[in-house]
Design a protein around this ligand. Structure first.
Ligand code: 48F
Length: 261
């Protein structure tokens, strides 16, 4: 039988706290914070990290992939079309051709390959963290970071003061609820951010409009994926993911342009 190296309970505790603290000290001032590890947030993080920006994703669940895992009505497939399919091919995700430029893939494979590419690019992903508010500065008025809390604290209902992480760009990739835009709008009417809620289903128009409207919504604050639809009242689209990936790519490119100016 192989002999495992003996590690005491105290060694385990010290190793975890020390290495997690090292990471947190580094992340406390990030270039980009992405809230939500769904398709748009994942691809944005990959591109941002590849371009040398210190990027962290905060995801409240203990898993990543957001709405990818649900496929279409829990069937384990979703659809993707050209040219967004290139993004999945690039991360090694196998596609099944239905017709020219139109494919399906397995939900678990897309989650695994896309998420692995985020970490390979050097972005950090921290699970079990909810972003429940934004930080701001005045003169000039801008969003300067995220207010964070353990999801377990929020679920417990006890009051515990949060911590904050600074960013040059904070990205709402929280999906249909556009949680970051919603809280920023509710608490700061002077930002003039009104989240209208999404429209009923029209996949084609929905995807086109989300890509078109993706980007900066306020200095320091950006939106991608379904959060864009909720902000601008564009149609929902169901289990087709080309628009989400191109939206994530677009927001990353805009941030790179803004931050590297
Ligand atoms: O919903 P989600 O997958 O966002 P998306 O990138 O993609 C939408 C599609 O999955 C699908 C669709 C496209 O055809 O309609 O629904 O816009 O992922 C959002 C992630 O954000 C997390 C949430 O758990 C999910 O994994 N999240 C939401 N609010 C917060 C959060 C928050 N306040 N703090 C941390 N994570």
């Amino acid at each position: 039988m192989d002999n495992l190296k003996p590690v005491s309970e105290v060694d385990i505790t010290r190793a975890i706290i020390k290495k997690a603290t090292d990471d947190w000290l580094e992340l406390a001032e990030s270039d980009v914070i992405i809230v939500g590890a769904g398709p748009s947030g994942l691809i944005a993080a990959k591109i941002l990290a590849e371009n040398g920006l210190k990027t962290v994703i905060f995801e409240r669940r203990l898993s990543f992939g957001g709405g990818i895992g649900g496929g279409g009505m829990l069937f384990h497939k979703l659809v993707i079309q050209d040219p967004a399919s290139d993004i999945l091919k690039e991360v090694g995700c196998r596609l099944e051709k239905i017709s020219e430029g139109f494919y399906t893939t397995d939900t678990a494979e897309m989650i695994a390959k896309l998420s692995a590419s985020v970490m390979d690019a050097g972005a950090k992903m921290i699970l079990g963290i909810t972003v429940d508010d934004v930080m701001f500065d005045i003169n000039p008025l801008r969003i300067t970071g995220a207010v964070i809390q353990w999801v377990s604290v929020i679920m417990s209902g006890i009051h515990v003061d949060p911590l904050c992480v600074a960013s040059k760009a904070l990205v709402d990739a929280t999906g249909h609820d556009a949680e970051i835009l919603a809280v920023a709008s509710r608490k700061n009417p002077d930002l003039n951010l009104l989240t209208l809620g999404e429209k009923s289903m029209n996949s084609k128009i929905g995807e086109e409009l989300i890509i078109e409207k993706t980007g900066k919504v306020f200095p320091g604050l950006y939106a991608t994926g379904m959060a864009v639809g909720t902000l601008y009242n564009t149609p929902r689209m169901g289990p087709i993911f080309g628009g989400m990936l191109l939206s994530g790519k677009k927001v990353a490119e805009e941030i790179i342009k803004d931050l590297k100016r």
